[in-house]
Design a protein around this ligand. Structure first.
Ligand code: GDP
Ligand code: MG
Length: 675
């Protein structure tokens, strides 16, 4: 039953945790549709979606891949999103242009939490989605248990569409709860219609009632019927499911095995009947739909081809030679994994790769004339960093060019020099994300990159004031050098920076030399007695002497630096370390464990609250030294099944003493000797 035919090709994003079987599901679909002849396996590393050298090296998807096919005369494009939390950005972007998302997960109650973040994101953007519980051929977990565990973390009501038929521990087929027809799975083939097994009739009835009750929450007629014990027709139920999915009211749940091709046809049929089309999606995105509009969801720099801009046409037609956002479209392609086919024109619903749109960025909306921008997710905040450098001298310029391109491909990657340490830093979502990035720089730009843990930009200050006298005097043949200064060095409150003034009267230090005194002081402050930049002090020039012939700016500068060098060690110098304010987001069942994580890293909890819009999640506000944050995300993830995350800002500098601080100073000193 279908109320109206879908307009144009449809797009489904395959999302879900790492290794749940998204790429395998894509292969199964492509094979079923005839788009590919044979399935590769992840181990063979010739999966349609995992062809880049970085993906092959890791035997996992490291980037979004795009594949199109025809199924029963209708056109589909699948966006296979990498599942790793560290590579989540591509998926968050891809769901924005999809009509539906298929959330692939495993039949394991204990892993349900890993599905929570993507469900929250889909719900937040109102994107219709279906759940596919995969790996039923090997899983020991129950469909029912998994369903309940998923419901506990899902913002929308889940509706189980089928129940399993079991033989011992194995699942051999399913019963469709709408049509009440039973099917036996045949590996690689279409399932066989069988008699509904007597043994599961009761279960089936119970599950069906439950499904109908869920649907009745969104339909008054259905509710009335149920209350009066009127059994609705299959047509009526199907129509309800279609409407409820399209309006993102419910999440239908299917199960199967991507590897055995079981339940995949069932899933495709459901997509075919229930997934919204591009017109519905265009409406959801708030477009009126007459002029040409295409949304860019990914940019790829590919060897030999240059830059490819992946866009979905939402309205109108995009054709080769057309000018979009001021740039001429030069070459249009459709993609099947690595295979690229040239096309001249693409209509509403289609996904195309546009050539040489150099100035167009991921997230931009392409139009011919008007300036438009659709709702687009903000890039994930940086969580982990490395300091990088090229091993080849002279490659620095090449590196910054390559980084610009890689970062354009991947908005969750940022880079730039650290103002305090001068190191070139790359920031991303975790160690694997950054190592993949370094691989890309090597594989695609031929750059050999070394990486290490970034330095912490410690500073230092003083706790005691002092008055210091210094005289710089040199007699060397003709002109000598003479400068004599008295300075007061005083500590200032945190965050004051540096102040310089003078109380010179009677010209004991001539006016023209006073700025030289200040610059001598400043020069010294770049590296205090502990080896770090000095902050939060004031220096006052109180007295001095000059010589009519031998005094010069240079002489006074040297005298001032000498006064600092001699005086500062007696001012009770102390190290300052940067303290960040960190907001940790995590499922509230883990909140009580945060104390241990935070206190183990010299941090302090400021408070916690429910995370707005994320039911069941907390936000914990914490202050923590920057030096303890390098691998915070690693521990946080291992404590929260990979889903915890945080954001941070610099808060203040704080005195740092004791054994740990001494070690920092020692390391700094020995590092200098080596340099
Ligand atoms: N037994 C079984 N293994 C599966 C199934 N689907 C995927 N796998 C395996 O699970 C692993 C991860 O699959 P993959 O498709 O790469 O997961 P992705 O990270 O979600 O793309 C691979 O070793 C697959 O062979 C399935 O239905 N049954
Ligand atoms: Mg994959």
């Amino acid at each position: 039953m279908r109320s109206k035919a879908p307009s144009g090709p449809r797009v489904a994003a395959l999302v879900g945790p790492y290794s749940s079987g998204k790429t395998s599901l894509l292969e199964s679909i492509l094979k079923m549709s005839g788009a590919i002849q044979r399935k590769g396996t992840v181990k063979e590393s010739n999966m349609i979606g995992d062809a880049s050298p970085e993906a092959k090296a890791r035997q996992m998807s490291t980037e979004l891949s795009v594949a199109s096919c025809e199924y029963l005369g209708e056109s589909w494009t699948f966006l296979d999103c990498p599942g790793s939390v560290e590579l989540a950005q591509d998926g968050l972007n891809a769901i924005m242009v999809a009509d539906t998302a298929v959330v692939v997960c495993e039949a394991d109650e204990n892993k349900a939490l890993m599905v929570a973040p993507i469900l929250k994101h889909l719900n937040a953007h109102g994107i219709p989605h279906i759940l596919f519980i995969n790996k039923m051929d090997v899983s020991t977990g129950s469909v029912r248990g998994t369903f309940e565990a998923l419901q506990a973390v899902a913002p929308r009501p889940l509706v189980l569409r089928e129940i399993p038929i079991r033989e011992g521990d194995d699942i051999t087929g399913h019963v469709d709860l709408v049509s009440e027809r039973a099917f036996e799975w045949q590996s690689g083939e279409e399932s066989k219609l069988i008699e509904l097994p007597e043994a599961i009739k009761d279960d089936e009835e119970l599950a069906r009632t439950e499904m109908l009750e869920s649907l009745a929450d969104f339909d008054d007629t259905l509710l009335e019927n149920l209350l009066e014990d009127v059994i609705p027709s299959s047509e009526e139920i199907f129509a309800n499911i279609t409407k409820d999915l399209q309006e993102n009211l419910i999440v239908p749940v299917f199960f199967g095995s991507a590897e055995q091709d079981s339940g995949v046809r069932r899933l495709m049929k459901s997509l075919r009947h229930d997934a919204p089309d591009v017109a519905t999606t265009t409406e959801r995105l708030g477009l009126d739909g007459s002029a040409t509009v295409a949304q860019v969801f990914k940019s790829i720099y590919a060897e030999h081809v240059g830059k490819l801009t992946m866009a979905r046409v939402l309205a109108g037609n995009v054709s080769d030679g057309m000018t979009l956002n001021g740039t001429r479209v030069s070459g249009m392609n459709k993609m099947l994994g690595q295979k690229i086919d040239k096309v001249a024109k693409a209509g509403p619903g289609e996904v195309v790769a546009l050539g040489r749109m150099e100035n167009v960025l991921t997230g931009q909306t392409l139009t011919e004339a008007e300036d438009r921008s659709l709702d687009w997710p903000t890039p994930l905040s940086p969580l982990f960093s490395f300091c990088i450098h090229t091993s080849q001298r002279g490659d620095e310029v090449k590196l910054s060019g390559a980084l610009a391109k890689v970062a354009e491909d991947d908005p969750s990657l940022t880079y730039g020099p650290n103002a305090d340490t001068g190191e070139l830093l790359i920031w991303g979502q975790g160690e694997m994300h950054l190592l993949t990035t370094i691989d890309k720089l090597k594989n695609r730009y031929n750059l050999e990159i070394d990486h290490e843990r970034p330095q912490v930009p410690y500073k230092e200050t003083i706790r005691k004031p002092i008055s210091q006298h210094a005289r710089h005097k040199k007699q060397s043949g003709g002109h000598g050098e003479f400068g004599d200064v008295h300075i007061d060095i005083k500590p200032l409150p945190r965050g004051s920076g540096f102040q310089f003034d003078d109380v010179i009267t009677g010209g004991v230090v001539p006016k023209q030399y006073i700025p030289a005194v200040e610059s001598g002081v400043k020069e010294f402050m770049a590296r205090g007695p502990m080896g770090f930049q000095v902050v939060d002090i004031s220096v006052t020039l109180t007295d001095g002497q000059f010589h009519a012939v031998d005094s010069s700016e240079m002489a006074f500068k040297k005298a001032a630096a000498q006064a600092m060098r001699e005086g500062m060690p007696n001012c009770s110098p102390v190290l300052l370390e940067p303290i960040f304010e960190v907001t940790i987001a995590l499922p509230n069942e883990f909140t009580s464990n945060i104390q241990r994580l935070v206190s183990g890293r010299r941090g302090q909890i400021l408070g916690f609250d429910a995370k707005p819009g994320w039911e069941g999640w907390d936000e914990v506000k914490v202050q923590m030294p920057q030096s303890e944050m390098h691998d915070l995300i690693i521990d946080l993830r291992s404590m929260t099944m990979g889903v915890g995350t945080f954001s941070w800002t610099f808060d203040h500098l704080q005195e740092f003493s004791g054994r740990e601080a001494e070690k920092v100073v020692e390391e700094r000193a020995s590092g200098n000797e080596a340099a």
